[in-house]
Design a protein around this ligand. Structure first.
Ligand code: SF4
Length: 493
């Protein structure tokens, strides 16, 4: 079968040949699972950054699409020595690519390729390969390519006043690296074309020997014998041990022989798979809970990480804190009181967020979060932007307790956590009556995207109202869930 290998196919092939093959030959399998909110956000961000980058080349002409007419238009612009072309499309010998920015230099009669990346730096094992594919193809098409550059976000830029696009981006010339890579990439391109042209599918895939976090959405299709919860889920299991188990035909945790070498934490996880009762280290949990000082503040933040700094004081991808939920428990027997903050305007929420926190969190008491690096990191950024709240935010950090520690330190292990320690792993087991499943927003990525729509988009008031309510419900459950887990532990110990 004759196929066309696009640059996207080729980069996917370098990552995983089997997955690239499925994309070409079994698109229903490859596209079976919907994109996650995180993946959708990456695509949207990439588009947004590309549009912004193009503004730095005001004379550029854009070619739409990848079809025959786009290729013809490209040929016409090239023949006319058009100075800057966005998305010109090239195809030769079964390879296809569109170039982000192609610039013609009449003095040298040569071209520069500029690849736009929505990252803060060059990714060394991905971006040069991307450019090498393009350089190789354009040379095949007869163009004299003298320069290959990556245009990425400037991690040192902090917005102050209008967004200065010239400072937002950095263009790095990596021609030499790309030229050095060309022979290897050209060899790979031929192999990719051969591999992807095969009609016969290779059974299984390489991730059989890799842990769950490495698996892509097609793992189950390629490895139907591997159960949903398997040895791939054992916390921090190295490649050697995983291989040993797989090669012995052991997929289920309960089938791992007693004498198989595992760390203490891994052993606990494996033991749990066969034990009907959870492992609860009462003394350790009691010691942890006794550290907490009333009033207890169960706190959770929602943020939006914007690639192009939206407000003064922000750099690329710095999180905009737009919402928090807080449940306050004044004394051992009191009911939780709920406080919240949600910013729905288009200006910077930071000062309002900090002021509201200051209004609701007193000078004493433990602040309980789930995974403290996140909230503490945001507090430090807030304090840098708003020094008037520095000592307050600093005091929060000194009073933070991470409730997740009880589970990550394995003071409480349950078979149904399946090795996980996120609030979404723990809550359904300890407090099954509470669930995210009935909510319109069920995870942080969606909350983030919805807020962006709310604050940035031109949307009808009733939709704005609905999104606000959904966001409030979601964040409220995050802190109520923490309260409920703490209460479950406290009542049990
Ligand atoms: S699960 Fe891993 S090896 Fe298998 S297709 Fe996906 S990325 Fe490739």
């Amino acid at each position: 079968m004759e196929i066309t290998v696009s640059k996207t196919d080729f980069l996917l092939y370098l990552e995983c040949p089997k997955n690239a093959w499925l994309k070409k030959h079994k698109p229903k399998v490859f596209y079976a699972s919907e994109l996650s909110e995180f993946e959708k956000a990456i695509i949207e961000t990439g588009n947004e950054v590309e549009l912004a980058a193009r503004q730095l080349f005001p004379t550029g002409v854009l070619i739409d699409g990848r079809d025959e007419s786009a290729r013809q238009q490209t040929a016409q612009f090239i023949a006319a020595h058009e100075q800057t072309i966005f998305q010109p499309v090239f195809m030769k010998d079964g390879f296809l690519a569109a170039v982000d920015i192609l610039q013609y230099d009449s003095t040298t009669d040569s071209y520069s390729i500029i690849e736009i990346k929505a990252s803060n730096e060059i990714k060394k094992d991905w971006h040069p390969q991307d450019l090498a594919f393009q350089v190789s193809l354009l040379k095949k098409c007869g163009l004299n390519v003298s320069k290959a550059c990556i245009m990425h976000l400037n991690s040192d830029y902090v917005r102050s006043g209008d967004l200065e696009l010239i400072k937002v981006f950095v263009i790095e010339d990596i021609t030499e690296t790309v030229e050095n890579l060309l022979p290897e990439i050209e060899e790979q391109m031929i192999k990719a074309r051969e591999y992807l042209s095969q009609d016969i599918e290779k059974p299984g895939c390489d991730c059989l020997y890799k842990t769950r976090s490495n698996h892509c959405a097609t793992f189950e299709y390629s490895n139907p014998d591997v159960p949903e919860y398997s040895v791939h889920d054992i916390s921090r299991i190295g490649k050697r041990k995983l291989m040993e188990l797989i090669d012995s035909g052991i997929y289920l945790l309960e089938n791992i022989p007693e004498e198989f070498e595992l760390s203490d934490n891994q052993k606990n996880q494996v033991d749990m798979a066969v034990r009907p009762q959870p492992l609860i280290r009462t003394d350790f949990i009691r010691d942890e809970l006794e550290k907490l000082v009333y009033p207890l503040y169960f706190l959770d933040y929602e943020t939006f990480a914007c690639a192009l700094p939206r407000f003064d004081g922000f750099g690329a991808y710095q999180h905009i804190p737009f919402q928090y939920s807080l449940h306050i428990v004044d004394s051992p027997d009191s009911e939780p009181i709920h406080k919240e903050f949600l910013h729905i305007e288009s200006h910077d929420p930071s000062p309002h967020f900090a002021r509201s926190l200051r209004d609701h969190i007193g000078d004493k008491g433990t602040v309980i979060v789930w995974y403290k690096p996140f909230e503490c990191g945001r507090n430090r950024e807030l304090a840098r932007r708003h020094p008037e709240y520095h000592s307050f935010l600093n005091s929060i950090e000194s009073r933070v307790y991470d409730l997740r520690d009880i589970f990550s330190k394995q003071y409480y292990v349950h078979k149904e956590f399946k090795g996980g320690t996120s609030i979404k792993d723990v809550l359904p087991v300890l407090v099954p009556e509470l669930s995210y499943k009935k909510l319109a927003i069920q995870e942080g990525g969606t909350a983030s995207q919805k807020w962006n729509e709310l604050a940035n988009g031109d949307i009808a008031p009733d939709l704005k109202q609905l999104i606000s309510e959904n966001l409030r419900e979601y964040c409220k459950l995050d802190t109520y869930a923490m309260y409920a887990i703490w209460k479950h532990l406290k009542d049990r110990i």
